[in-house]
Design a protein around this ligand. Structure first.
Ligand SMILES: C[S@@+](CC[C@H](N)C(=O)[O-])C[C@H]1O[C@@H](n2cnc3c(N)ncnc32)[C@H](O)[C@@H]1O
Length: 304
């Protein structure tokens, strides 16, 4: 079961009315989408996901609510062309980034370092790059870069060296093999704090699915797709995703630096967007759902 994070808050910030046209970029198991669909009986929901298994389950749920929705089975990086084919502008867009609990729990997907599986980690099972290629074919420097930047791992270098040394003997095939190599590449003391494979698996997942690049492209395109008064809600689980969101929102909602001291800002330089919210889950939610502990919700509105 996937427990949606910041559910009430994100739905409230979308400011839904009966006729709203909404895009859910990360349908998953339709936790957010079911609530949205219930509140827009005369509107429409477009929902993206690149994972066929999630789509099958989500479709079953949504069907029971209404039929005013379309699931678009592609990467949300294609949001602009896919939405433009269907409509001009929308009232709200939601991103709830990362992987869902069923993706993590399903051992054969290879996302979890606790469960033995082939190295995979593709959200879109039809793409060719998988964790196997990253772990077995990327050169040492590229691995260090990924572990440092996407995993924010201080032992990036020794872990990358551990991997490249081991794969000379034989290819690294499974999640548990990889997890063991990671564990053996860091000092004993460090292993006791947190399982060192957690950050490295996250880093590999980000690389396999190109998560930061696709999010940045899609978020910039989303700003162009919302109507005046429309909103974008973004739930992130990783400091790098959050940084991308924060910077883009800041850029489009601020007055250019060189004009900030003018007594009156000429109309054409007034920011077109305003920041509405930047919140974290309550302690109560974190206690109930541990996955929410690193979540953050940012909301922006296109000025009328
Ligand atoms: C955290 S889950 C969403 C959960 C959903 N909001 C719910 O409450 O049930 C993220 C979902 O987005 C999908 N996803 C992540 N990145 C994607 C991308 N770039 N394009 C399309 N789908 C993506 C994943 O496959 C996963 O199903």
């Amino acid at each position: 079961m996937h427990e949606s994070v910041l559910l009430t808050e994100s739905i409230n910030y979308l400011n839904l009315n009966k006729k709203s046209i909404i895009v859910d970029c990360t349908l998953g198991y339709a936790g957010h989408s079911s609530h949205i669909l219930k509140q827009i009986p005369n509107g429409f929901l477009y929902a993206f996901d690149q994972d066929k298994e999630a789509i099958k389950e989500a479709d079953k749920k949504l069907k029971q609510i209404n039929n005013n929705y379309e699931i678009i089975n592609t990467n949300f990086v294609n949001i602009k062309q896919e939405i433009k084919k269907r409509t001009n502008e929308v009232d709200g867009i939601l991103f709830d980034l990362g992987v869902s609990s069923p993706q993590l729990d399903e051992s054969k997907r290879g996302f979890s370092f606790h469960k033995d599986a082939k190295l995979d980690m593709r959200m879109d099972q039809s793409q060719s790059l998988s964790a196997y290629e990253v772990v077995n074919n990327y050169d040492l420097n590229k691995l260090i870069h990924i572990f440092k930047n996407y995993g924010e791992e201080k032992y990036a270098q020794s872990i990358a060296k551990g991997i490249t040394k081991q794969r000379q003997i034989k290819p690294i095939e499974t999640t548990l093999e990889l997890s063991e190599i990671i564990k053996n590449s860091v000092p004993e003391k460090y292993r006791r704090i947190n399982h060192p494979a957690r950050k490295i698996f996250q880093a590999i997942r980000i690389e396999v699915n190109d998560e930061l690049n696709v999010f940045e492209i899609a978020l910039k395109d989303s700003l162009q797709l919302i109507k005046k008064g429309g909103r974008i809600c973004v739930i992130t689980f990783h400091s790098l995703e959050d940084r991308i969101c924060k910077q883009i929102f800041k850029e489009v909602s601020s007055i250019p630096k060189e004009l900030q001291n003018l007594p009156v800002i000429p109309k054409q330089y007034e920011p077109k967007y305003k920041i509405i919210a930047n919140i974290k889950p309550t302690e109560e939610e974190i206690n109930k759902n541990h996955r929410s502990r690193s979540a953050r919700l940012r909301v922006i509105e296109r000025r009328a």
